[in-house]
Design a protein around this ligand. Sequence first.
Ligand code: NAD
Length: 510
Amino acid sequence: MRHEHSPEGLPHYDLYIDGDWQPASNGQTFTVFDPANGQPLATCASATHADVDRAIAAARAAFDQGPWPHTSPARRAEILHAIADALEARNFELAEIESRDAGVPLRKTTYNDITLGLEILRGCAEMARKHPYEPLPWTDLPSVSWNFVWREPIGVCAQIIPWNYAFCMAAWKLGPALATGNTVVFKPSSLAPLSTIAIFQTIHELNLLPKGVINLVLGPGGEVGEYLAAHPAVDKVAFTGSTEVGRKIMALAAPQIKRVTLELGGKNAMLVLPDADLDLVIDGVLWGAFYHSGQLCEAGSRLLLPRSLHDTVVERLVERVRGMKIGDPMDLETDLGPLISERQREKVERYIAIGREEGATVAIGGGRPLGEAFANGHYVEPTIFTGVRPEMRIAREEIFGPVLAVLAYDEIGEAIRIANDSIYGLAASVWSRDLQQALAVAQRIRAGTVWINEHHVLNPRAPFGGYRQSGFGREMGQYGLDEYTEVKHIHVDLMQRRQGRLWWDTLLPE
Ligand code: NAD
């Protein structure tokens, strides 16, 4: 890997194009900061349009002329397993990189993110082995033929990811694209690109992929991302990020009718039924709402409580929030780290002010934690609002921070209506001792994932994605792989000669 130190002595990372690390063509760089203390962590090359052109040209050549799209699924699977093994050998280092770069508590990166990312890569490898061929049933047509579906890679895929969950996200974008024979130009968020760079570094050192199959461009979304998504030589855009940018991506992809998958925002409900086990609910709601300080698309940001349980549950939640440890993400004991940037903190604080103005009550939190340790990080206290009504902005808009809106309901039908009254439809959870009742509620919730007595847990074999403005397309599982393939029907005639008759003549009664 080409890596130097910047003039300030920071590690420096270049772009990865056509199997080589390269600086930006105009020498421009940007700095990556540690969100826990505001200190610079590294500098990165900031790609120009010419660099993006070169990355796309490399991916194009690797697809159009290269062996990769035609490499056997078994070989591609072997390579993906080798990548997963090499990343696993760097497990703790990767967890540290991600925690420092994105402010994610080390407990989460060490015990969840890296493991999940590797599991996804390995799952893609296994699914790819059996992927391309699907026989079709015999038909009653007199013309005798053998029919099957052959799945083929789409081509050059632009993959754009946000800063949260970066390692996992990179794994769940690269895994299915590579397993099915596509080539990639990848753009991570400039707020947290370091774990993605580490993945590319690992793959480069393994030296198993042909040149140009994966390429990495770095830099601001409005410049690099937009140019990449609009580029006529890109066949598919796989985007994860905000709904606002997702709308732009769809428009940018429209002129070429590019394939698009969009994994966007959420305003996910945690719906507690009257018979729920409250011990489970308290643990689950804290986990759903405050994991990674609420900076997860599937975070439970609305809590729907039966009016009869409202005060008890809120009291217990407040008590537990008081005991949560906010602080240095590198400390394994930390429950909540900082937000990613000052801009994100300002956004979250704006919403807290809006909640107050709208008449909701802050049951706990609402400010910044005090003390020297928090002075330069982007920290916000875990915050619970009560007295929230469905029409309030804090109940409708994605805040992406540690802010939970609690709404009371009188009957289950009303709770389901509130849960579904959203432009989003990414995820939800239902809490009940009665699994039959919980299932009936889960079936009526319009969201891509519904957990029962759980939240957040992603399953590498299950599809993940949204309804409505949470996006479309699915990631992970067989559905995730399918999104990276074109479906080709192949018809093999078995009649051979037709004694001079045309095809439709063979359908005439004898
Ligand atoms: P964002 O939309 O600001 O940025 C996402 C990525 O897009 C970044 O790499 C960014 O540089 C790039 N980008 C920005 N503007 C662009 C443009 N005009 N054209 C092309 N690319 C552009 O999102 P964020 O703040 O990084 O991440 C938080 C958002 O991501 C939240 O809304 C969250 O819900 C969503 N998210 C969704 C999922 C999911 O799977 N549904 C997962 C994680 C995060």
